[in-house]
Ligand binder design. Structure first.
Ligand code: PLP
Length: 401
């Protein structure tokens, strides 16, 4: 008998499992709105033209070799990533108070951050919003932190529960870590306004709470890279410390390349140097050093003015297509006279709409209409097209009437 005979079958991942179920469905009308990956109007994955150009340039450069990167990755990539998220003129960068290390996309950045905090920070509790990306609690728990929650979403208004958020952060123990979605909150698509961010900042700084930003959608929310980094920049401008996990999965379409960056903004260059030395000790026994290809693509694009500009145009086109899908879906439901207020579809931001559909309604839509989505009612707007909006609107209409 196998020494692993006692191993029980694990459930599918709640998000990636949606695609597994979708792939098994033989229906020609099936629609996958589960996973957060951009699709073209034709429903196809998209490789940005600027990424193809960068890859061509890399292939043609015969001086490139396949040596290991340093433990913290490609130095130029790290520098350019910090500039992208904090702004080229950021005083924290100019004062060398930021350490940035290349990590395995957003997830790997969060995980490295968690382990660093568990080893070197005095308060092990991290507060995450309810709801949040399903992987957050697992990543932080396995990274050695203890997870608590703060109120974020109000199902009644399908908007922010700002009062609840302030109360919960207000009663968190001083020093606690707080996970904040920099923009395009996943799964709700609900972000604080700049005025609300300012209040959150004041409260957190007055209580000594440590901000840990998850930036998985810079440029994807509004189509503008600077606007989507505003929340983070407010917390850096006050001179205080914070952590940032950055992903290039969505905004450069580099999902499978696993390219991201983790930064810690410190009070002084001296602290930043020592922090970086300890980040190496976290990374080395975990995966030794990060992969070279994705980071080289990103550095090639970010260092070149022309390629950078082309990227911003392609990024805005993706964001705009998602926004137009919001309008088309909203209009389609209105045209059908579907009961309920669906204005949250056009108010919410980023890749997802948190529809408010419950798990029975979702199950009905999957069974009767072959539409796949997470059971919390989250749909990926990036998976929709003008061709498929009517089918989705029919399904939602049938599910709620
Ligand atoms: N954080 C949030 C909020 C996300 O939605 C995602 C991806 O869906 C990630 C982090 C991590 O993505 P990746 O590891 O592919 O960069």
């Amino acid at each position: 008998d196998s020494v692993f005979a006692h191993v029980v079958q694990a459930p599918e991942d709640p998000i990636l499992g949606v695609t597994v179920a979708y792939n098994k469905d033989p229906s020609p009308n099936k629609l996958n709105l589960g996973v957060g990956a951009y699709r073209t109007e034709e429903g196809k994955p998209l490789v940005l033209n600027v990424v193809r150009r960068a890859e061509q340039q890399l292939v043609n450069d015969r001086s490139r070799v396949k040596e290991y990167l340093p433990i913290i990755g490609l130095a130029e990539f790290n520098k350019l990533s910090a500039k992208l998220i904090f702004g080229a003129e950021s005083p924290a960068i100019l004062e060398n108070r930021v350490t940035t290390v290349q990590c395995l996309s957003g997830t790997g950045s969060l995980r490295v951050g968690a382990e660093f905090l568990a080893r070197h920070y005095h308060e092990r509790t991290i507060y995450i919003p309810v709801p949040t990306w399903g992987n957050h609690p697992k990543v932080f728990t396995l990274g050695g932190l203890s997870v608590k929650t703060y109120r974020y979403y109000d199902p009644a208004t399908r908007g922010l529960n700002f009062q609840g958020l302030l109360e919960d952060l207000g009663s968190a123990p001083s020093g606690a870590i707080v996970l904040l979605h920099a923009c395009a909150h996943n799964p709700t698509g609900v972000d604080p306004t700049l005025e609300q961010w300012e209040q959150i900042r004041q409260l957190m700084r007055s209580k000594g709470l440590l901000p840990f930003f998850d930036s998985a959608y810079q440029g994807f929310a509004s189509g503008r890279l600077d606007a989507d980094a505003q929340s983070i920049r407010m917390f850096v401008a006050d001179g205080g410390e914070c952590l940032v996990a950055q992903s290039y999965a969505k905004n450069m379409g580099l999902y499978g390349e696993r390219v991201g960056a983790f930064s810690i903004v410190c009070k002084s260059a001296d602290v930043a140097r020592r922090v970086e030395s300890q980040l190496k000790l976290v990374i080395r026994p975990m995966y030794s050093n990060p992969p070279i290809h994705g980071a080289s693509i990103v550095a090639t694009i970010l260092r070149d003015r022309d390629m950078y500009n082309e990227w911003t145009v392609e990024l805005k086109a993706m964001a705009d297509r998602i926004i137009s899908m919001r309008h088309e879906l909203f209009d389609a439901l209105r045209a059908r006279g579907t009961p309920g207020d669906w204005s949250h579809i056009i108010k919410q931001i980023g890749m997802f709409t948190f529809t408010g559909l419950n798990s029975e309604q979702v199950a009905f839509m999957t069974k009767e209409y072959h539409i796949y989505m997470t059971s919390d009612g989250r749909i990926s707007m990036a998976g929709l097209s003008s061709r498929t909006v009517p089918h989705l609107a029919d399904a939602i209409h049938a599910a709620v009437t």
